[in-house]
Design a protein around this ligand. Structure first.
Ligand code: SF4
Length: 114
């Protein structure tokens, strides 16, 4: 047996379903935003520890006169001390706990991968 639904009830039901869909979408997005918010900060070049080791975000900015031991082609990406997931542009470094370094960067703590 089919009963017709009054127009007001149909509109309310449609609004309810729409709100439910929006709530589901927000639930899916919120954990992502929370994980992004908990990502450690990027290491600042002016951070005293970074500055002491000549950290730069772009290896092209290495001061060659100050760091003559710099080996051409060395970057954070091929440093033994870099941690984290391959493919991410900013990753943890065991020399700077709690901060992320640029894989395009470099510092005088660079160590060749074994
Ligand atoms: S120790 Fe290695 S990974 Fe860490 S900042 Fe220096 S060069 Fe980059």
């Amino acid at each position: 047996m089919h009963r017709s639904v009054p127009l007001g009830a149909a509109v309310r039901r449609r609004a309810f379903v729409k709100n439910l869909a929006m709530a589901a979408a927000m639930t899916a997005v919120l954990p992502l935003r929370r994980s992004q918010a908990s990502e450690p900060p990027h290491l600042e070049v002016k951070d005293p520890a970074a500055s002491a080791l000549g950290y730069v975000e772009d290896v092209a900015q290495v001061e060659l006169k100050k760091y003559p031991a710099y080996i051409k082609g060395s970057t954070c990406e091929n440093c033994l001390l870099l941690q984290g997931t391959t493919g991410a542009h900013y990753r943890p470094c065991s020399l700077f706990p709690g901060k992320l370094v640029s894989v395009s960067g470099w510092c005088s703590g660079w160590s060749a991968e074994i």
